[in-house]
Design a binder for this molecule. Structure first.
Ligand SMILES: C[S@@+](CC[C@H](N)C(=O)[O-])C[C@H]1O[C@@H](n2cnc3c(N)ncnc32)[C@H](O)[C@@H]1O
Length: 503
C-alpha cells in the first residue's frame, strides 16, 4: 500500500443559491466539481497528445476542461493544437462556461498552443445520437481522443424522449450518468482516454448490468479511485452513494494490473494506492461483470477466502428472493397488530439478536397483513427462512445483516416478508434449521462483509448480489451452525466462521 498524497477536500458541493436554483440543480443533476478534484482528475490522463480533441459533456461552468488545459499548459510536452467541445443544457451557466473556456484560450496562447473551443447549449443525448448514427454510415471515425466528465446523476423516466433516443442507439440504461458514459465511449476514437467521476452504483447491481458489460468490453480500466465517505452530492436518490473516479482507455487490450486508490472524503484525507490484478477487479468468469474495488490491504484476505469457497447457492439447493409485500401497494391489507384472519408481516425492524422477534409492540411498521385471496400471492408458507436486510443504515457496522425466521416462535401457516428484505428459501419453502443457522452466521461474518463492500458501494443489498456470492458447502455451513449462535458477538462469530473456512 502506498500513501500517494492528500486531497484538500473531496466532497462535491452543491452550490446552494436559493430554492428555485436548487430545484433546477436537482432536475439537471447539477453538482460542480471542486477544483482539487478536477485537478486530480486531470492528473490521471497519460497520453502526450499530438493534437487534443477534448469532449466535455455536461460541462457546467467548465471546471474539468479548465483543469486539464491548465495542466497541459504547464507540462513539458505540449500538443500542436487543442480543441474543446463542451455540451451544457443549462443556459444560465453558458456565459460562465464561455468565460472559463476563453480563459483557457488565453492560457494556451501564452504558451503558444493553437486553441479552439465550441460551446454547445444543447442536450448532450439529443446531440450525440444523430452523431452516432452518422458515424455508422460514414467511414470517418470519431474525433475525440479524450473526454473528461462529471455527468449528471438522475433517473431517466422509461417513457421519456431521452430513453427512446438512447434505445434507438442500442443503449439500455435508466440513469443519466450511465447514459452519458455510454455515449461518450461511443464518441471516442480508438485508444482515447476517459476520466470521469460518477456514483459507484454501476459497479454492481442488476439494473446497470447492460451498461457495465458494454462499458467493460469497450474500455480498459486503468485506474479507479474510491471515495469512502458517502457524499451529499448523490444523496438525492434514496440510496446513499459512494463516488468513484475512473480512468479508462478505449481499447480491447486490458492491462495486467490497475491502480485502485482510496481516500476517506474528509479534508486532508490520505490517498492510499495499491496495484491490483485486472482479473481481481473484474473476473473474466463473472457473468455479471461486477467491478471489485479492492482499495484496502485488509480486503485481500477476505477476497481469497471468498474465492476459495466452492458452493453456489444453486449447489446448496437454495434461492434468494426479495420480499413480495410492497407495503404502500398493500396498504388496505396491513394491520398494526395481528388479529383473526391475518398473517405475520416481517420488516427489518423485527430483527433482533439473530432471530425475528414478532410482534413488535412499539413499532411504526404494521405487524400483520390480512390473509385472503387478494394477498395470497404475497405470502409464503411458514418455515425456517434466512432473512437479509436490503437497506442498512449508515451507522450499521455491517452491510449484510442476516437473521432467522423461526416458525416455532411465530404462529400461522403463512408469512409475509416485506420488500425491504431478501429471503433465502428452498423452492419457495423453508430450510432446515441446521443449514439456516450456518447460513445466517456466514452472512453475518466480517469476511463476507469485507468482500461484499468491494463490489457494493451503496447501502442496498440486492438479491442478485447475494446470488453472485460463493458459499461454503452444506456440510461446512451445518458445522458452523452447530458451533456458533447467530446472535453471538462479532468476534466469536468471526472466529468460528474463519476456523471452518480456513480449514
Ligand atoms: C454533475 S454536473 C457537472 C458539471 C461540470 N462538468 C463540473 O464537473 O463541474 C452535470 C452538468 O450536466 C448538465 N446537464 C444535465 N443534463 C444534461 C444534458 N441532457 N445535456 C447536457 N448537459 C446536461 C447539468 O446542467 C450540469 O451542469
Amino acid at each position: 500500500m502506498v500513501i500517494a498524497g492528500t486531497f484538500p477536500n473531496i466532497l462535491l458541493n452543491e452550490t446552494s443559491v436559493g430554492f428555485d436554483r436548487e430545484e433546477k440543480q436537482q432536475e439537471l443533476g447539477q453538482f460542480f466539481t471542486p477544483e482539487c478534484i478536477a485537478n486530480f482528475m486531470a492528473s490521471l490522463f497519460r497520453a502526450q497528445w499530438r493534437e487534443l480533441n477534448l469532449l466535455d459533456a455536461g460541462a457546467g461552468t467548465g471546471a474539468l476542461s479548465a483543469a486539464l488545459i491548465q495542466r497541459i499548459c504547464s507540462a513539458r510536452h505540449k500538443p500542436k493544437r487543442i480543441s474543446v467541445t463542451a455540451y451544457e443544457v443549462d443556459s444560465s451557466v453558458i456565459e460562465k462556461l464561455r468565460e472559463t473556456l476563453d480563459e483557457c484560450g488565453r492560457a494556451c496562447e501564452r504558451v503558444g498552443i493553437p486553441y479552439s473551443a465550441t460551446v454547445l447549449n444543447q442536450d448532450f443525448i439529443e446531440a450525440a445520437i444523430p452523431m452516432l448514427r452518422r458515424d455508422l454510415f460514414s467511414s470517418q471515425s470519431p474525433v475525440f481522443n479524450a473526454a473528461i466528465a462529471n455527468p449528471p446523476y438522475r433517473k431517466i423516466r422509461s417513457d421519456s424522449n431521452s430513453r427512446l433516443l438512447l434505445r434507438s442507439a442500442g443503449i439500455e440504461t435508466s440513469n443519466l450518468y450511465t447514459a452519458f458514459l455510454a455515449l461518450i465511449t461511443r464518441l471516442l476514437a480508438p485508444d482515447a482516454e476517459l476520466v470521469a467521476i460518477t456514483p459507484r452504483s454501476f459497479c454492481n447491481g442488476p439494473y446497470f448490468k447492460p451498461f457495465r458489460v458494454d462499458f467493460i468490453q469497450t474500455m480498459a480500466l486503468q485506474r479507479l479511485h474510491v471515495f469512502n465517505s458517502r457524499s451529499a452530492a448523490f444523496s438525492k436518490d434514496k440510496v446513499l452513494q459512494e463516488n468513484i473516479i475512473l480512468h479508462a482507455t478505449k481499447t480491447a487490450v486490458k492491462p495486467q494490473d490497475l491502480v485502485v486508490s482510496s481516500s476517506s472524503g474528509e479534508a486532508e484525507s490520505e490517498i492510499k494506492e495499491r496495484s491490483v490484478a485486472y482479473s481481481d477487479v473484474i473476473s473474466p468468469k463473472d457473468l455479471n461483470q461486477f467491478i471489485h474495488l479492492i482499495s484496502d490491504e485488509s480486503h485481500v484476505p477476505a477476497r481469497s477466502v471468498m474465492n476459495s469457497l466452492s458452493a453456489s447457492l444453486k449447489d446448496l439447493g437454495l434461492s434468494v428472493s426479495t420480499g413480495r409485500v410492497v407495503d404502500f401497494r398493500a396498504k388496505s391489507s396491513l394491520r398494526q397488530q395481528p388479529e383473526k384472519g391475518t398473517a405475520p408481516l416481517i420488516y427489518p425492524c423485527h430483527f433482533n439478536g439473530g432471530f425475528v422477534h414478532w410482534p413488535k409492540e412499539k413499532c411504526r411498521k404494521p405487524n400483520a397483513i390480512v390473509s385472503d385471496e387478494q394477498t395470497k400471492s404475497l405470502l409464503v408458507p411458514t418455515g425456517i427462512y434466512v432473512l437479509v436486510k436490503r437497506f442498512t443504515s449508515k451507522e450499521e457496522r455491517r452491510r449484510v445483516v442476516a437473521c432467522i425466521f423461526d416458525p416455532t416462535k411465530i404462529p400461522g401457516p403463512l408469512v409475509g416478508f416485506e420488500n425491504h428484505l431478501n429471503y433465502f428459501h428452498l423452492e419457495g419453502r423453508g430450510l432446515a434449521m441446521s443449514l439456516a443457522k450456518g447460513l445466517a452466521a456466514f452472512l453475518n461474518s466480517s469476511v463476507l462483509d469485507n468482500y461484499f463492500r468491494q463490489f457494493n458501494g451503496h447501502t442496498q443489498v440486492n438479491a442478485t448480489d447475494l446470488r453472485s456470492l460463493n458459499y461454503p458447502t452444506r456440510a461446512q455451513l451445518e458445522r458452523i451452525g452447530s458451533k456458533v449462535n447467530v446472535g453471538a458477538d462479532q468476534q466469536t462469530l468471526d472466529e468460528h466462521v474463519q476456523k471452518e473456512l480456513n480449514g
